[in-house]
Design a protein around this ligand. Structure first.
Ligand SMILES: [Zn+2]
Length: 85
């Protein structure tokens, strides 16, 4: 088991962006001792933050997502172009 330090966090963030990899798959791939909730929080940290869109569950940079109140999460421009007007 590994602990999720900042270096590893950045590696995982780079690995996730532009994919729809599940949290469970990432935890297993990196052999991490962390819960889904905790890793999702950590992924929002730092310069290379990634956020999972609620529309298509792909990972994006948070600045590429628009918060949708109805869905209570970030949506991407491809799925919800109207949110970006
Ligand atoms: Zn989407």
């Amino acid at each position: 088991m590994k602990t999720l330090d900042d270096t590893l966090l950045m590696e995982i963030q780079a690995d996730l962006e532009g994919t729809m990899t599940s949290l469970a798959a990432i935890i297993e791939k990196y052999d991490l001792d962390i819960s889904d909730e905790d890793i999702e929080d950590r992924l929002l940290d730092g310069n290379a933050a990634v956020e999972r869109s609620v529309c298509c569950e792909w990972w994006f940079s948070p600045s590429d997502l628009e918060f949708d109140e109805e869905k209570n999460g970030g949506v991407c421009q491809q799925c919800e172009p109207d949110a970006f007007d």
